[in-house]
Design a binder for this molecule. Structure first.
Ligand code: ADP
Ligand code: ASP
Ligand code: MG
Length: 454
């Protein structure tokens, strides 16, 4: 008999019928003789809807009250699942994060788990119950207030509980059947990865592959918890996230050239046109941006025009900082001496971890001084990838609410293909995952080259 933690995401418990379906699945695991701890997310888009509701009531709600509100989503699904299990004759008890002993820092909205005292959970398991814990939440050790752990953090609750309870492994059930080489909803030809090391999974998660919450993978790595990411809609095996050396020893993973590609659509690009091509001009742009408290990500500088010895500089930044960035630059236009500023929020940031990222184009990595390539293992590539390719004069539109794209919901699948297909400005189709697109004739002057995130 084993002890298994199973986490079901919002997409797996979107309505009453799905809750009953999940309950049947849990009943089967219990009938196989395992001790089962369930971590459950809020139903469907419940968290986002509660957030919308809060903002309708108050434009600037206190984070403490927001946490009080948002934690109710998981509480609902936990109680409903316990009811569904009882109807199947399975003894089950639901707990809030606080009742389950999940102790956190006091930072509302993004608290971190600092300890787990799972006394009640263990007692219920000993009594033969399935234990259901509301994900994404805990209680601050110091203030005793209810906290949330950040969007998508039920994954982290699950791994933390698996570690605290000495579970055999942690199963993360979602709406795709594992971790793919790229988001399968964006790249239909993406392939499922059978096994992946913690470090590579951390990089994918850190780069925006939302299949797993980043802190969940960090936790799993630190505590050596094996994670099985799989679909709650089928019995197919999914992806095992485990120590890197075990992945290789098992010999199941090919010597991957590219492990995966993550997409991040939360960034925008600013292009400063007509910057004097002289020492210090670029620095003055980035000083202005830095003084505005904006973190930038990638910088690309065009080859200068011989006619007027001017150049264009593009950089990416969080979309939410777009307006601030434009305003800061416009306010310093005369001092810097550029012609105009363009804004583009139709980009996606794509990151790959890659041994031979450019294939035939590898000369692109050679810097002006003929520097060679970065050591393959140390390479971490990002490129701003144009989607609509439409530059806007006059800065950003009102920020858009991030779309949640799911098949069969609000026409998600179709809309995703239409709006999400990655096209360059000349109507150029997206390249296969891992192929690096260097936009237009831009000459890359800076690439992120970092080691494994840890
Ligand atoms: P849940 O509600 O189960 O927590 P999420 O929406 O958080 O599910 O995560 C699942 C989604 O992650 C998938 O529907 C898929 O679109 C997206 N995703 C992004 N990158 C990947 C990837 N590399 N492999 C698989 N899915 C991915
Ligand atoms: N319900 C929370 C969210 O939507 C937590 C989670 O689903 O993991 O972010
Ligand atoms: Mg999730």
């Amino acid at each position: 008999m084993g002890r298994i933690v199973q986490k079901y995401g919002g997409s797996s418990v979107a309505d009453a019928e799905s809750i009953k379906r999940v309950a049947r699945r849990i009943a089967r695991t219990r009938a196989d003789g395992h001790e089962v701890i369930i971590v459950i997310s809020a139903m469907g888009d419940a968290t986002a809807e509660l957030m919308d509701l809060a903002l309708k009531v108050s434009p600037n709600p206190k984070s403490r009250e927001l946490d009080m509100l948002l934690t109710t989503g998981e509480r609902q699904s936990a109680a409903l699942l316990a009811m569904a299990l009882a109807d199947l004759g399975v003894e089950a008890v639901s707990y809030t994060g606080s009742q389950a002993g999940i102790l956190t820092t006091p930072t509302h909205g993004n608290a971190r788990i600092i300890d787990i005292t799972p006394g009640r959970v263990v007692r219920s398991l000993e009594e033969g119950s399935v234990v259901i814990v509301a994900g994404f939440q805990g209680v601050a050790q110091t203030t005793k207030d209810v906290t949330t752990l950040g969007r998508g953090a039920s994954d982290t609750t699950a791994v933390a509980l698996a570690s605290a309870l000495g579970a055999d492994h942690c199963e993360i059930y979602t709406d795709v059947d594992g971790v793919y080489t790229a988001d399968p909803r964006i790249v239909p030809s993406a392939r499922r990865i059978t096994e992946i090391g913690y470090e590579e999974m951390m990089e994918l998660a850190a780069s925006g592959a939302k299949i797993l919450h980043l802190r969940c993978v960090e936790y799993a790595r630190r505590e050596n918890v094996k994670v099985h990411v799989r679909s709650s809609f089928s019995d197919k095996p999914g992806t095992w996230v485990k120590p890197h050396d075990e992945v290789r020893k098992a010999g199941k993973m090919e010597e991957a050239i590219i492990t995966g590609v993550a997409h991040d659509r939360s960034e925008a690009k600013i292009t400063v046109i007509g910057v004097p091509d002289q020492v210090g001009a670029a620095a003055s742009i980035f000083q202005v941006i830095s003084d505005a408290g904006i973190n930038i990500d990638m910088i690309v500088q065009n080859v200068s025009r011989l006619s007027d010895v001017k150049t264009d500089i593009s950089f990416t930044l969080p979309m939410s900082d777009g307006r601030k960035g434009i305003e800061a630059l416009e306010a310093n236009k005369n001092k810097i001496g550029f012609d105009e500023v363009l804004y583009d929020d139709q980009i996606g940031n794509r990151r790959s971890r890659d041994a031979f990222p450019f294939g035939r184009d590898h000369h692109l990595l050679q810097g002006p001084g003929g520097r060679g390539r970065q050591p393959a293992d140390d390479l971490h590539l990002r490129d701003p990838h144009l989607r609509g390719g439409q530059h806007r004069r006059g800065g950003p539109r009102r920020p858009r609410r991030p779309r949640r794209l799911r098949p069969g919901r609000r026409g998600g699948g179709r809309r995703l293909r239409r709006n999400g297909s990655l096209r360059g400005p000349g109507g150029r189709q997206d390249r296969p995952p891992g192929a690096l697109l260097v936009g237009h004739s831009d000459r890359p002057i800076q690439r992120t080259a970092t080691g494994v995130t840890s």
